[in-house]
Design a protein around this ligand. Structure first.
Ligand SMILES: Cc1ncc(COP(=O)(O)O)c(C=O)c1O
Length: 365
């Protein structure tokens, strides 16, 4: 059992250590806490946050994990920990827009170059590796869910001394184990499936202890600390993670089949259709994207849906749609067709969601 999960009174849910600091009776006790890595200030360490970190490390079968105030906090800390001016990063396209903007904006200003290569262009990724310091990859990719051929890519990266970081938000430690296929570090937006209830923004990184140790300086100094209450909600979310993913998948898989047969839909993006899904994915999750004829069709579809709110993010209990044209910066960055819509299938009854898709598509001219 991990030391942060010892019940005090046999409680079924863990206590929350909702405190900013820990006080000691003597200087010697304070010194001992520092030496032993015990909590003394919540920005550095908090038992509730440590419990969430231990749970994620167990899930990812990693030596250690570090939690952050957001997925972007984890991504930024990892990039700042491992790259310096003059370095080059290789990333796959389409990668999550925030990471794309961090690489092409802030990090470019700090003298870090990025090479973008399509997710399924394994040869292109392999060609881009020599001379790169780090590979920042996402699989399945954002918005279109192509699966990376991680094993040969990680092997080539390690032969060149480059680190491999994987944004594994989609697979959530359950649907894939990137660390087993050669990744050095996995990064998650815990705001998605780990939370599952759309009430937390959080991030977490997991991997070898020495790499997690290297994240601690940017973590401490950039201040992207996870709050104890959010960590407590995340521990609760993890308890139903696998069940929720199975349910999300059931609805999304049926919806993907229905959407493929609909005349108003030009193309369906669903992770299980990728040729590499069998090798790397246990199963798909909640996300399906559809390409409709144009922006007007995408707008009409989203507006006529009754059970799906228009909204960013995903991974919660409620169904959402995101027409990509409504986020012009993202759409432009990847050259997405105007009619592309991302759908997150929540936990509502499957038949209701399928019926809603059907009625909304029937109103798309
Ligand atoms: C794949 C992926 N990675 C990272 C992030 C960033 O996470 P957060 O919003 O928790 O900062 C997101 C958010 O949408 C995402 O979809």
């Amino acid at each position: 059992m991990n030391p942060y999960d010892e019940p005090l009174f046999g409680e079924a849910a863990p206590a929350i250590f909702q405190t900013s600091l820990f006080g000691f009776d003597t200087v010697a006790e304070f010194e001992r806490a520092i030496q032993e890595g015990a909590p003394y200030y919540t920005r550095g360490k908090n038992p509730t946050v440590a419990l969430f970190e231990a749970e994620v490390a167990r899930l990812e079968e990693a030596e250690a994990a570090k939690a952050f105030a957001s997925g972007m906090g984890a991504i930024a800390a990892a990039l700042f920990a491992f790259v310096k001016p003059g370095d080059r990063v290789v990333t796959n396209r389409p990668v999550y827009a925030g990471a794309h903007n961090l690489l092409t904006g802030v990090l470019k200003r700090f003298g870090v170059e990025t090479t973008f290569v399509d997710t399924r262009d394994t040869e292109g990724i392999l060609r881009a590796i020599p001379g790169a310091r780090l590979l920042y990859l996402e699989s399945p990719a954002s918005y279109t869910y192509e699966v990376l051929d991680l094993e040969p890519i990680a092997e080539a990266a390690h032969a060149e001394g480059a680190l491999v970081l994987i944004d594994a938000t989609y697979t959530a430690g359950v649907l894939a184990k990137p660390l087993k296929h050669g990744a050095d570090l996995v990064l998650h937006s815990a705001s998605k499936y780990f939370s599952g209830h759309s009430d937390v923004i959080a991030g977490v990184a997991a991997g070898r202890a020495e790499l997690i140790e290297a994240l601690k300086e940017p973590y401490m100094l950039l201040g992207a600390k996870l709050a104890p209450f959010e960590a407590w909600l995340l521990v609760r979310g993890l308890r139903t993670l696998e069940l929720r993913l199975a349910r999300h998948r059931e609805t999304a898989a049926r919806a993907a089949e229905f959407l493929k047969s609909h005349p108003a839909v030009r193309r369906v993006y669903w992770a299980e259709d990728d040729p590499l899904a069998k090798k790397y994915l246990r199963h798909g999750a909640s996300l399906v994207s559809v390409e409709l004829e144009d922006e007007a069709a995408a707008r009409a579809f989203a507006d006529h849906l009754k059970h799906f709110k228009v909204g960013v993010s995903w991974g919660g209990h409620e169904s959402l749609v995101l027409p990509l044209f409504a986020q012009p910066r993202v759409a432009r960055a990847y050259g997405f067709p105007k009619g592309l819509v991302r759908i997150h299938f929540g936990l509502e009854p499957t038949e209701e969601l399928l019926g809603d898709l059907e009625q909304a598509l029937s109103r798309v001219s």
